[in-house]
Design a protein around this ligand. Structure first.
Ligand code: ZN
Length: 155
């Protein structure tokens, strides 16, 4: 597959998630929730999270509005993190965040399936402003785990 074809495929996945976001709903009995706001782009979303007794992500969803990248990343996140433990979910974000910001990857084995799926978003690395769009939902997810809002930490 040539680079151009691959870029087209990535574009298609992002547009599909952006147009038909998965898990775009509130969770009535959410254990936690947190808002995220990216003022540079105008993206605003709320991530809802329900943990089961063992600390696994029983359900995760989001609502909000924003650019295609922010919506696609949030949509993909909800699909990837369902069923994961809190530690696994945090690690997936750490790997993704490192990749997007050009930092060395965190310690520990990466969840290769998640890494592969998130690869479609890697194109935005070239555009530092858009990195915040791509990581917004993840910051909100982490903030929900930590019990706060993500508006102040969209780096
Ligand atoms: Zn955006």
């Amino acid at each position: 597959m040539s680079g151009g074809d691959l870029r087209d495929l990535y574009q298609e996945v992002i547009l599909d998630h952006g147009k038909r976001p998965r898990n775009f709903r509130a969770i009535a009995n959410a254990t936690r929730q947190a808002r995220g706001h990216n003022p540079l782009c105008g993206d605003q979303l709320t991530v809802y999270l329900a943990l089961d007794d063992s600390g696994r992500v029983a359900d995760v969803s989001f609502q909000g509005r924003g650019c295609a990248i922010s919506m696609a990343s949030a949509s993909m996140m909800t699909e990837l993190l369902k069923g994961k433990t809190e530690a696994e979910a945090r690690h997936i974000f750490a790997v993704f965040h490192a990749k997007m910001t050009g930092q060395p990857p965190p310690d520990g084995p990466a969840d290769q399936d998640a890494v592969d799926q998130l690869e479609v978003l890697s194109g935005v690395r070239e555009f530092p402003m858009r990195v915040k769009c791509a990581t917004l939902a993840w910051h909100a997810f982490t903030a929900a785990l930590d019990g706060g809002d993500a508006t102040a930490r969209t780096e």
